[in-house]
Design a protein around this ligand. Structure first.
Ligand code: TEU
Length: 556
């Protein structure tokens, strides 16, 4: 029952099981494949693995649509495999955090199968059913996050059910106490097995405004924005506290809530230990800066000053109150080196710089599979080569409002979630050593050049850079505890900051451009003269100047 803050000094590695390592030849990763690679992860230096969903699922959304919370998807293995994975992770002194997807289930979950049968069914109220409006249209004008209406009409009982994501992902009704109790029992089932915590999928969407008002409709939009009525909704903090009280308080575990639409103020409330809610959350703010009108497909170049100020806001707001998570990548985001770096000439260099920039901040760093290799976005020519339901739905929707095929493909190349989901590149053999069969999604053609085997053989590789960053965090308390101060605030090319601890301080200087830049602050340059370089990606480093994509840390 002892509770500690081990998650504050941990580094987390995210595994997307379908694309990690296949041992059966069916073209999909599996649990035994993860076990095979645990020593690789140990070598990298990580403490915690976050495993994206491995539960039984029809795979409409790669497992974020769960049919049975207490079984493993058969293509990934069995409960015995999972137990073995847990043992092997623990034997290496690491921990395992599972994905918790409880805003919705699959429509094939027995609860929903029952629920849709008739209005008097004991599971009817497990989901959100409503009559249509007078004219038969959906109960509200809300759009689903994956396109189309957020409501689906069901012939059987002539009512609509709510699905904030795909039609096959009906939303659970958290107003119903029985739902909550069943979920809490399920959480205990996993925690009693020894699982070390949860990453909680869209957890700030659980509480809906039960009046179900219409949302505002933007100029070119078909659907209204339901966000104000379910993002950080009326009872959300009550639910978070209840989860803590009923489940988490009995275990020494870590929790991270995925929270689109949470501000630093919200994050403070969710993560202040005095509130007994969560340890940390994933913000989306820094991921929403390279698009227009919060439409991720509507592309815009990142403005570095905006990015810096956003990080500053989160670093400062949570300091001494809550806790940050630090991430550039996950299974929903494009590859960071292709996004904010340069995946051509400066691939290795800019990938290292981006890692340095993130890992010296305060918070728990998350590394997404392949990020440690500097894996890049993929550009499939054909829409058919993609697999993600979000991409297909978006394609139809954007075509309907007049976007050209070319414009949509460009948006997919830049932002599609499948950028992160191509198979992990282990070596330069067929299918990058991921599978002996046909991979479920094509391998990124750059695997000959970018793969784990090559990285392990090259002492200057991206892999060892991540390893060194992790080592630094373990050695210097200032990285975990120090205060954050932005420096060179208005510089459009350089992301620079200072961390100030009890008896140490550090400076991070990162050049986000492909030009050599001068550090325009004599005082700063002066204070670097006696400093020690803790890590750098530049052999020709020179105080007062930064080479293209140089990223350097000075300890003082
Ligand atoms: O993502 C939540 C979420 O809001 C995403 O839809 C995100 O906005 C989108 O991927 C950006 O394009 C979580 C999971 O991480 C995601 O994989 C699931 O599809 C989604 O929930 C539904 O469970």
């Amino acid at each position: 029952k002892s509770r500690s803050d081990w998650w504050k000094t941990s580094i987390v590695y995210q595994i997307y099981p379908k694309s990690f390592n296949d041992t059966t030849g069916n073209g999909m990763g599996d649990i035994q494949g993860i076990i095979e690679k645990l020593d690789y992860l140990k070598k990298l230096g990580i403490d915690v693995i976050w495993l994206s969903p491995v539960y039984d699922s029809p795979q409409e959304d790669n497992g974020y649509d769960i049919r049975n919370y207490r079984e493993i998807y058969e293509q990934y293995g069995t409960l015995e495999d999972l137990d073995q994975l847990l043992d092997e992770v623990h034997a290496r002194g690491m921990k395992l955090v599972m994905d918790l997807v409880v805003n919705h289930t699959s429509d094939e979950h027995p609860w929903f199968v029952e629920s849709r049968k008739d209005k008097g069914n004991q599971y009817r109220d497990y989901y959100i059913w409503r009559d249509g409006k007078e004219d038969g249209s959906p109960p509200t004008n809300w759009g689903s996050i994956f396109g189309g209406s957020a409501w689906e009409f069901d012939e059987e009982t002539e009512q609509y059910y709510l699905h904030l994501f795909a039609k096959k992902q009906p939303d659970l009704n958290w107003e119903n106490e029985d739902v909550r109790k069943d979920i809490y029992d399920m959480m205990k089932f996993w925690l009693d097995k020894g699982v070390d915590g949860f990453r909680m999928d869209v957890i700030n969407f659980l509480s809906k405004d039960t009046r179900y008002p219409d949302g505002q409709i933007g100029e070119n939009d078909t659907y209204g924005d339901g966000g104000p009525f379910f993002v950080n909704g009326p009872r959300i903090h009550e639910f978070m506290k209840e989860i803590h009280q009923e489940v988490l308080s009995d275990y020494d575990v870590m929790t991270v809530g995925e929270m689109p639409g949470a501000s630093p103020e919200d994050a403070k409330e969710y993560t202040d230990p005095q509130n007994d809610e969560l340890n940390m959350i994933f913000t989306f703010e820094h991921m929403n800066l390279d698009c227009v009108n919060e439409d991720k497909w509507n592309l815009k170049d990142i403005d570095l000053v905006e990015l810096k100020e956003n990080f500053e806001k989160w670093q400062k707001s949570l300091y001494g109150v809550g806790w940050n998570s630090l991430y550039w990548n996950n299974h929903d985001q494009p590859r960071i080196v292709s996004r904010f770096g340069d995946d051509g000439q400066y691939r290795e260099k800019s990938a290292k710089m981006l890692a340095t920039c993130l890992h010296m901040m305060q918070g728990t760093p998350y590394i997404y599979q392949g990020e440690e290799l500097g894996m890049t976005n993929v550009r499939f020519d054909q829409l058919e080569d993609y697999r993600d339901i979000e991409i297909f739905n978006m394609y139809d929707e954007k075509r309907a409002i007049g976007w050209s095929h070319e414009r949509i493909m460009e948006a997919i190349h830049a932002k599609g979630r499948d950028n992160a989901r191509t198979p992990m590149q282990w070596d330069d053999s067929k299918s990058a050593g991921f599978t002996d069969g046909e991979p479920w999604i094509a391998v990124n053609p750059r695997f000959k050049e970018i793969n784990a085997r090559a990285a392990l053989e090259d002492e200057n590789s991206n892999f060892y850079h991540y390893q060194a960053l992790i080592d630094l965090r373990k050695k210097h308390e200032v990285i975990t505890e120090g205060k954050f101060e932005l420096v060179l605030r208005d510089d459009p090319n350089v992301f620079a900051y200072k961390r100030v601890g009890k008896d140490e301080a550090l400076y991070v200087l990162c050049n986000f451009s492909d030009r050599t830049v001068k550090i325009d602050d004599e005082g700063l340059v002066e204070s670097l003269r006696d400093a020690e370089v803790w890590i750098t990606n530049e052999d020709q480093g020179e105080i007062g100047k930064l080479q293209p994509y140089e990223g350097v840390v000075y300890g003082v």
